[in-house]
Design a protein around this ligand. Sequence first.
Ligand code: GLA
Ligand code: ZN
Length: 675
Amino acid sequence: MYEKIWNQNKIAFGGDYNPEQWDEATWEEDMHLFGLAHIDTVTLNVFSWAMLQPDESTYDFTKLDRIMELVKKNGLKVVLATSTGAHPAWMAHRYPEILRTEFNGMKRKFGGRHNSCPNSPVYRMYSARLAEKLAEHYKDYDNIVAWHISNEYGGECYCENCEKAFRVWLKKKYHTIEEVNRVWDTAFWGHTFYDWEEIVLPNLLSEHFAYERTMFQGISLDYRRFNSDSILECYRLEYEAVKRHTPDIPVTTNLMGFYKPLDYQKWAKYMDMVSWDNYPSNQDTPAQIALSHELMRGIGGGKPFLLMEQTPSVTNWLPYNALKRPGVMRLWSYQAVAHGADSVMFFQMRRSIGACEKYHGAIIDHVGNENTRVFREAAALGAELKALGDETLGARARKETAILFDWENWWAIEYSAGPSVLLKYRDEIQNYYTALYEQNMATDIIGVEDDFSDYRVIIAPVLYMVKPGVDEKIKAFVQAGGIFVTTFFSGYVDDHDLVVTGGYPGKLRDLLGIWVEESDALPEGETNHFTWKGARHEAVLLCDLLHPEGAGVLATYEEDFYAGMPVLTKNRYGAGAAYYVAVRSDASFYEALIREICEKAGITPVAQTPGGVEAVLRVGRDEKKEFLFLLNHEKIEQSVPVEQDATDLVTGMEWKKGSKLTLPAYGVAILKRSV
Ligand code: GLA
Ligand code: ZN
């Protein structure tokens, strides 16, 4: 049996609501419009710190009380935010230490948001205190479904407080200065430290010559860990503060998908459920959006998550803020649900009139009524979700194939000076994911600390950093019959970005049965080739020159001085096998590779669909029913063969095995069937 994330009776529908920006007459109007749109959940109090605490010692919740009463009276559930994502001006004025220092050393003044120094004792004290006061004040209010700590935590700080805290963090981690020198390899360029006080933060004033370019990867890597931990500590202080008074209300903070600065895999351990904000850009493909959802589900251990924000129509912060075409908001909402969301929520309910988000989409537009395309689409979706009820809540994905993704590996790969600036971890993950996605294969994105044993295939593109124990875990997985795939630039370093000597790919060498002697970085536009299973494919980005040491050679390079050397190998190991892909290739190669591997592992697609129709399966709470989501991302009608008797929960129609289901442009079906 799978659990719901909270005691919901339907998919939560609503989002960020900022009535404090409006007069009370407007509030009543909002309530009326929310009713029309079937909104049942509002996220309140995201940016109200200055209102709640006008000075050092005064807390004034009278306006928030009125808002809370209003929404309760109207039957709305509340996701209550703690408002600590933007500190008040008086606080910055009085305590400049709460202001951040940027990467370039620039000390900020008051302004913007998400700009508090995470190591400022004053910020930590006041933010945790506000969270605690809110929890104490609203503990008997029976309509709060979740706590929303701060908002989209992020960024970095390089102030003196952070520098001091960094030294403390290092001492705790490494105990001696000698160990720090070892792990950072400070003998290089004579950077040996004799005293903790000599250590400074790595930024433009010290070890960096650009944001992503550092002279000491080990230092920069530890700074990233430290910064992520520092911000996490702020979250945790608030988490504990609200739990003291409301131990049963689940706590989350809204994450941002592939957000590099914060190690969400670590963060998720401290969250009762994951929630995230989905803002794809105009160019993002459905497979890219899907991958972000998988990542967010994965960090939460496969449990359902909340779609905390998405825009109903436009963003305001892209260079070109294109409208979501009619039907796309609905389609992407169901896509989130298909991948594990138990809510469909927006930023925001009513479009503000001032400042930088006044042209960001909202359910209620500046015109102020229900007669807009966006409102009508939202209301129609609201009605559908209401009708859907609790059927899909708590449902989970099947565990078959997993892609390994590791935040610290991401940092390390992209800090690396060489072999190629074109190497971007997320792109390599996406290449493999897209091939799985196109073939409708159930895929989880997991971390190196997760359990591997439930999967039959694990793909680890560019597993550059192999942390202690991870090689053994992978070997045990393959030994037991698993199929493992990895690529170029894997196995090179340990968790300090120190190279493992004795030949690449380091600790994975025996598993893969190869030795990588050299790697050729191809400039953009240059291509080598190889032929596999009768098809010719591109070799780009990085070409490893490798020697088999037991592995079978499946394909070889066709050009350059390394023509004839292996480019694709497979090594039998225990009851399983390990593949090595020595290059980045093209989509048709990834497709063929996934096809072969899934076939070998006995993994079948969740459905057969025409191109552009995404199919995602979620297994129901009782594990006796499952839901096949069919999502037509094309602007033309498409038809999908029905493989099993089912009921479409969206239309209520019954479908017999062997019939053909027609999906309109951007259409959605949720086929409920027995397992
Ligand atoms: C983020 C924030 C919101 C709002 C939206 C606009 O997700 O959390 O406060 O700024 O972006 O897209
Ligand atoms: Zn700081």
